[in-house]
Ligand binder design. Structure first.
Ligand code: AMP
Ligand code: MG
Length: 332
């Protein structure tokens, strides 16, 4: 199959709609990462997402809606705090997990009685969702476990030959996947951290907990148990206060003839003073936005990426650290 990267206009939207209506897959931009979308009502189309990505069958998908879609068709029992959160943060990088009406394909939620729903703010995503006017089930548009895509070119690198169209909406500004929030309980609970932080949610909802996976406790967001976001090369990860050790590891690797790069923020780059740097930028927002792009850049030139964690570990850095640990922390 020929894969085309296309600008978003009336012609490409019509072509994308036809593919979706026929049960096919289309990649589209969002403000977090690119998504690989299918009609959420079509069982075969949803199953095709898992097949194309090589995604584990027990890792449920998020349904994407345009902002005028009636969410009541898909979910029920929406608590008043979730309405407040929607008013404050949507459209935007916040996914909420509701009680499902079971109207979409059971493959979307892997048989769970809940449904994760997101209304992206990216104008291209909204145009696409409005044009097809269907709930679109979509995970990130990468091969499972590889680094998530933040540009059309990243999607092409992973999925060329497997899907007909990639709608090009430029670089994803947010850079890490949406916050996933369980709103089926009395108090909202963060299942995956992201750009909408626990503190931001608690301020609106009054309270907010964070799900911490423990041995023997059933994982509430199945996707979180897998190794993820990994570049196609060896990796190491050091905390910020071990910059010295990271530099030693770099110099040792270089002496062995290994093509080695340090992945870190601008403050660390200045301090560490080595030649091969994949710099994530200065601000927290820059670090989140550049993380996946730099991991993809790194895997092309390096045998080994040595990541140094940012000094700050709160706010949106919680989400960044979660991704960085899964990408470079070496845990299966
Ligand atoms: P991705 O689409 O690759 O960003 O992954 C979607 C994330 O949402 C994964 O971490 C899933 O486990 C999570 N998710 C999707 N649906 C549900 C659900 N019904 N309950 C809990 N987590 C969900
Ligand atoms: Mg993903």
């Amino acid at each position: 199959m020929d894969t085309k990267i296309v600008e978003i206009n009336s012609e490409s939207l019509a072509a994308a709609k036809k593919v979706i209506q026929d049960g096919g897959l289309v990649a589209f931009p969002t403000e977090t990462v690119y998504g690989l979308g299918a009609n959420a009502f079509n069982d075969d189309a949803v199953k095709e997402i898992y097949r194309v990505k090589g995604r584990p069958q027990d890792n449920p998908l998020i349904v994407h809606l345009h902002k005028d879609y009636d969410i009541g068709k898909l979910v029920y029992g929406v608590p008043s705090y979730a309405v407040k959160l929607a008013d404050r943060f949507l459209p935007g990088p916040l996914t909420m997990v509701y009680k499902s009406r079971g109207t979409v394909s059971a493959a979307v939620s892997c048989g769970l009685d809940t449904l994760a729903v997101r209304i992206p703010s990216h104008s291209g995503a909204q145009e696409f969702l409005k044009y097809v006017d269907l709930p679109i089930a979509a995970p990130s548009a990468n091969i499972s476990k590889h680094v998530s895509p933040t540009s059309a070119v990243h999607v092409y690198a992973d999925l060329a030959g497997k899907i007909p169209y990639i709608l090009d909406g430029g670089n994803s500004e947010g850079g890490i996947e949406s916050t996933v929030l369980d709103v089926t309980g009395e108090v909202p609970c963060v299942l995956r951290s992201g750009l909408v932080t626990r503190e931001m949610i608690a301020e609106v909802a009054g309270d907010c907990t964070v799900f911490v996976p423990r041995e023997g406790v059933k994982v509430r967001s199945p996707g979180m148990k897998y190794k993820h976001y990994s570049p196609d090369c060896r990796t190491m990860l050091f905390p910020y206060d071990e910059i010295g050790k990271a530099k030693e590891a770099y110099l040792r690797a270089q002496a062995d003839g290994t093509r080695v790069y340090i992945l870190c923020d601008a403050a660390c780059a200045e301090q560490i003073g080595v030649k091969n740097i994949l710099c994530l930028g200065k601000t927290e927002e820059d670090v989140a936005a550049n993380l996946y792009g730099k991991l993809r850049e790194g895997e092309k030139v390096a045998d080994l990426i040595i990541a140094v964690a940012p000094e700050k570990q709160d706010g949106i850095m919680v989400g960044v650290m979660n991704r960085l640990t899964k990408a470079c922390g070496g845990k299966e």
